[in-house]
Design a protein around this ligand. Structure first.
Ligand code: ZN
Ligand code: ZN
Length: 386
């Protein structure tokens, strides 16, 4: 250890003969040899041993290290509006600082030392964490700061919040999706107050509005598990959905069993780690009202039994063929040319096409040899199967 210190003293003397360095930069250079301590304290110790005065200006950082409090003030101020328990700091430095840092390292053959950038983010992380009682998290921070020392600007970016929930719709006439803002096509602009949508009459609009008010966020992106018509009802436990809340100020919600949004109700809304990336399989219990071109009788409907536990082929525009299973099917004659169907099937069956027979085989039309049309379809239950 003594030999080590002698080496350091010698080397420091050589460096300081040519360049003035501040305590932070001095400490940083020798920290790997002496174990991790406060760079500033270490630098100060070395300086005292050498009986050197503090320089007016540091060759490497031009005294940047002593001006970090300005940025810290900005970080504290900006972060007040956000709910977070962990953070990460990134820094942008003038290239000239990085160049001089590299130059000193190669010129004096210093190995294994942390870069000045690393020192700044470490130092700021310690200070900010102490003041806000939060911690640095490299993998999954709630907020990320970017400190730009070129412009003295500070940017804050909260991680999105992810949610899962279900919704029921007990009133007909509410479309599932909202058309994006006409001005920006959904990206977000002044016209739509950066929400990406400017009307809130749909299931999407109502949920999005509720969520960005709740989370103080800009935008909400919803992932749907299946789709429905404007005239469809969604009953039972409801349709599952996932939501990504962009730029949220809040991160936590009290779990509420039910949230009523006039016509639709959100159930079991809760935060989740992330939206599942694999394909989500589900089954639906559906009730349909079907009209036929020619007269239909209860006995003719018997051929629908053939669908029980059968697979139907759905042809997509792309030429791809999807197989969907029908688990159960029940029917009831309603008039000379209409009947109702109650069935349980794999999610994603295009119901109108399954009824009218376009690119779906078999279909109600092909089985009954009678052109059928789906008037209305409602969802009684939607259950996830994977
Ligand atoms: Zn310095
Ligand atoms: Zn817009």
């Amino acid at each position: 250890m003594t030999k080590n210190i002698d080496d350091i003293i010698d080397k420091t003397r050589t460096i300081l003969k040519e360049h003035h360095l501040c305590d932070n930069c001095l400490g940083r250079i020798f920290a790997p040899k002496l174990g991790l301590v406060s760079y500033k304290k270490l630098g100060n110790k070395i300086r005292n041993i050498l009986k050197q005065k503090n320089p007016k200006s540091c060759y490497i950082c031009k005294n940047l290290m002593s001006k970090l409090d300005l940025q810290l003030g900005k970080m504290l101020d900006m972060s007040k509006e956000y709910e977070f328990s962990s953070f990460l700091i990134g820094a942008i430095l003038k290239p000239s600082i990085l160049d001089r840092d590299d130059l000193i390292r190669s010129k004096f053959k210093l190995k294994g030392i942390h870069s000045i950038k690393n020192d700044i983010t470490r130092e700021m992380g310690k200070k900010f964490g102490r003041r806000t009682k939060t911690i640095v998290n490299y993998q999954n921070p709630d907020i990320v700061f970017t400190l730009d020392f070129k412009t003295e600007e500070c940017e804050i970016k909260p991680k999105p919040v992810f949610l899962s929930g279900r919704y029921t719709k007990t009133v007909r006439g509410i479309p599932q999706k909202q058309r994006p803002c006409e001005n920006c096509g959904g990206k977000g602009c002044y016209v739509c107050e950066f929400h990406g949508i400017s009307e809130f009459e749909s299931v999407e609009g109502k949920i999005a509005k509720f969520l960005y008010e709740k989370f103080g966020a800009q935008q909400t992106k919803i992932t749907w598990i299946g789709s429905e018509d404007e005239t469809s009802l969604v009953l039972g436990k409801g349709r599952p959905f996932f939501a990504k809340i962009i730029n949220p100020h809040k991160r936590k919600i009290k779990s509420e069993k039910k949230i009523d949004l006039s016509g639709i109700t959100i159930h079991n809304l809760k935060t989740i780690e992330k939206i599942p990336s694999d394909i989500i399989r589900f089954k639906s219990e559906i009730e349909m009202e079907v009209e036929t071109e020619k007269q239909i009788t209860q006995s003719q409907l018997k051929s629908l039994h053939k669908l029980e536990k059968q697979t139907i082929s759905v042809y997509e525009n792309s030429g791809k063929k999807n197989q969907k299973k029908i688990y159960h099917i029940k029917y009831k004659i309603m008039s000379d040319n209409s009947f109702s169907v109650f069935m349980e099937a794999d999610g994603g069956v295009p119901l109108k096409r399954f009824v009218n027979g376009s690119e779906v085989e078999p279909s109600l039309t092909s089985l009954l040899e009678n052109q059928c049309k789906c008037k209305i379809f409602d969802f009684h239950e939607i259950s996830l199967t994977n």
